[in-house]
Design a protein around this ligand. Sequence first.
Ligand code: HEM
Length: 404
Amino acid sequence: MTNAFKSIIDTVDKDPHPYYEELRDKGELVWDDKMGGWVVISYELCRYIEEHEELFRHPYADANEVLLKIKGGPRNITVLQGQDHQNLRRYLARMFSLKAVHDYTQDILKPIINYLFERVQHKGEIDLAVDIADQIPPRVLVALLGMDWMDESLVKRELVLHDQIMEWIGGNRTAEVTQTALAASEELNAILLPHVRLRKHQPGNDIISRLWAEAPEVFADVSEDDIVAICRELFLAGSDTSVHAIANAYYLLLTQPDVMAAVTNDRATALDNFIEESLRLLTAVQYRFRVANQDVTIGGQLIKKNELLIPSNAAANRDPAKFECPHMIDMKRNQPRAHLAFNMGPRMCIGAALARAELRESINALIDKLPNIRLSESNPKPNFAHLYIRSYRPLHATFDPSAN
Ligand code: HEM
């Protein structure tokens, strides 16, 4: 039976994978009228497009006034192009290296996770999406930026604001969504600005202070607006992505008891492989956008100069030409990190090591701190919610409350 979807947009709040398989039968790339671009389905083509920025530019290369406002300014890394982009990228990669993430895990991530699980351990019932997944990454970024990660209203508000911006980034450009994203951007700037000003003269042990000290290596004329713009992207990219990846990993563990058992018994290889499989199978950032720099034929299709391409990393991550039994978790998959959850190429995710650490620690805590956790029978069932950035939610679950 075929479903009635005609566009990626129609899959909002529904499992998009049957539709991706319909598209895969039609070819490696298929025109989507509502999106106004070519949805790219195959792994090879998605990867090729992401790796060849000289042929397929990031759409923010054509940034207009509205986009610059929503992204916080021209020195947001996703807006930068060419050498400026590479220079900032090389610098930020050091800030999120394996060694740096190891330190953030000890100093920030583990205390946050302990705090969140201690808050719920006695309860016996929980929504893992709202009470845990939504709480960890925003607090980590708040802490990295030198703000108070226990400030409940700040944490709640920043996730709402980033959600509003993500809806716009995902392609919903109605006047209402655009206005909401613009207002969210202004509010986020207003949240960050006092901290940026404070840290210029009173440095602390945080990213904003490091940027004041080190960003002149990248931009000799660095201004407070630039620091805000750089932080804005870290804040967005680090908050409203990992929350969905954690929720998706939890969903898979709670619905596949054999996988839960394997991970419980092996917190090294099995856990690491599960993390990669969860990123592949339930890809949090479903698709991205690129624009053809010239007429080019790919996948047997002529793409005209300036046409929009929509590499669907979610569909690519289930391409049978790349992944054997693509719809299943395979804990022994060859090259488990070959998936496109973080993109490939010159704009590959800078925060992948931090995201993996957040997944690892949040899964360990789930298993160790909420014994006998299982999905609740009596509450609404999880649904693959949203469109552009997705996760299974709600995740109502019950467990044996601890006496602590
Ligand atoms: C599971 C969680 C995450 C996922 C699925 C994810 C996914 C992605 C993807 C797909 C891109 C490429 C965007 C494009 O150019 O089309 C990207 C870029 C980026 N990510 Fe992540 N990300 C995650 C977590 C993080 C974290 C924790 C941070 C850091 C705080 C981060 C920082 C960035 C930055 C700065 C870029 C822009 C890179 C550039 O333009 O050169 N991400 N991410």
